[in-house]
Design a protein around this ligand. Sequence first.
Ligand code: FAD
Length: 466
Amino acid sequence: MHAAIVWFRRDLRLSDNPALNRAVESGLPILPVYVVDELDSNGAARWWLHHSLASLRESLQSLGGGLKILEGDPVTRLAELAKAVDAEVIYCAHRYEAEASGQLQCLRKSLPESVRLNAAHSALLTEPGSVVTGSGSVSKVFTPFYKAATRQAFAEPETQTPVQFHDAAKDDSTTVLDRLLPTLDWADGFSVDWTPGETAARDRLNAAVRKSPDYGEMRDRPDLEGTSRLSPHMHFGEISVRETWHRLSSVRDAEPLTRQLFWRDFSYHLLVENPAMGWQPLRSEFENFPWVDDDVLLNAWKTGQTGYPVVDAGMRQLWQTGWMHNRVRMIVASFLVKHLLVPWQRGADWFLDTLLDADLANNSAGWQWVAGCGTDATPYFRIFNPITQGKKFDVSGDYVRKFVPELASVPTKFIHDPWNASADMLASSSIRLGEDYPYPIVDHQEARQRALDAYQLSRDLLKSGA
Ligand code: FAD
C-alpha cells in the first residue's frame, strides 16, 4: 500500500495545516510522523514538546489514526520510513533556522526520485524573501517592514477534510515521548500556568480576541494578564499564524496585537538573511565590545539574586513558569548586558534553555535589540533604569511581591528600591537586606557609566581599526 508521510515539525496542529491538507488531497493513506532530533534539545521547551506531541497524537487517534514518533536524524529516519512503507510523497512545513532548513535539502537528496518532497510555507504570515527593500534585502527597520508586509494578502485558513490513515500510523509507543521530559522536578510549575496542545492554543486565542481592545493599554504591565500568552503555542505551531491574524483582524482595535505577529515575521526574515544571528552581532562595532564574561554575575542574574527586585522577579518568573513578560524580558536583558556587561549571548542561551517559547529567531532578535547590536536596535546609550522601570510598569509592586516573596511586606514606595527604606521600615517588613534578600550587586549610576565607557571604547577601537 502506497503512503503519504506527513512530517510534523513546528506545525503541531490539525486545523489550517497545509502539509496535512495537501496529503489528504493526494488521496493516499496518511502516515503522520514526528522525529525528535538534536534541534529539540532545549530544556524547558522539551517539556512543552512532550505534551504537545501527546496532544497531537490523541487528536489523530480520535480520527482513527495516530502519530509515529521516531528519534534521531530526521533525514535518515524519514528515508528509512519512506522505504519501509513505500511512500510516494513526504509533506511537511518549512522551518527557517539554518540547520532545520538544511535538513530539508539533505532529505531531498537522500530520497529516491520516486519519492516527492512537498514543503509548505505555513509558519509565518509572509514568506522569507517576500518582503524586501529596493535593494533586495530585508528592511533593517521594523516599521517599513511592517508597512510592506501588511500590503500582502493573507489567505483564509483552510478547512479540514476527513483523513484516511496508513496502517503504520497506529503506533502508540511512549518511550521517545517520555525521554523528552526533564529529569529534574523543575517542570512542576509549568503545568500550573500552561496546557500545551491545539485545544489550549485555541482557548488562548479566543481569550486574546476577547481582550484585544485592551491590549494596547495593558501590554506593558507584568502584574496583569494583559498579553495573549500565545508564544509557546505559536512557536510549536499549535495554532496557525494566519488563523490568529484573521481572528484578531475581525475585531475592532486589535492592531496593536496583530502588529506583534509581524515582529515575529520580521525576526524570521532577519534570521534567514543572517543565519548566524543567534551568536553573531548584526552590527560590526559590537564584535570588539569589552564584555565581562563573569560567571558569578551571570549566576546571580540567572537565579534572581541581583538585588534589583524587578530583575529578580523576572528571572524567577522565568524559572518557575517557563515564561517571562515582554517588558521584563527587556529589563532583565538590558540589566545583564549593560549593568553587568555580560555578553548578550550568555543571556540568550539561558533564555533558550529555560523559556517554553524558546525560539531562535525571536530570542536572537530580542537580545540583539536590547544589546544595541541588532539592526533596529535601541541605541546602546539608552540604558534602562531597573528602579524606574519597576515603578512605571509594576506600579503597585504586585509582580515583585508574587515572585520575590521575601519582599512581600515592603511598602509599595520602596518595593523597587528596598535599600532606600529606613531600617525601622525594613524591620517592620521582616526583611534583613544582605541576608534575606541581597543588596544590589552593582550600583545603578556606576554601572551605567561603566557601560557607556565600554561602548565608547568599542567605537574607538573600531575607528582605529584595532
Ligand atoms: P503578545 O504580546 O500577546 O504577542 C502575540 C504574539 O506575537 C506572541 O505570542 C509572539 O509570537 C509574537 N511577538 C510578540 N512580541 C514579539 C517580539 N518582540 N518579537 C517577536 N515576536 C513577538 N518571543 C518568543 O516567542 N520566543 C523567544 O525566545 C523570545 N525571546 C525574547 C528575548 C528577549 C530578550 C526579548 C526582549 C523578547 C523575546 N521574545 C521572544 C519576544 C516577546 O517577549 C514574546 O514573544 C512575548 O513576550 C510572548 O508573550 P505573548 O505571547 O503574551 O505576546
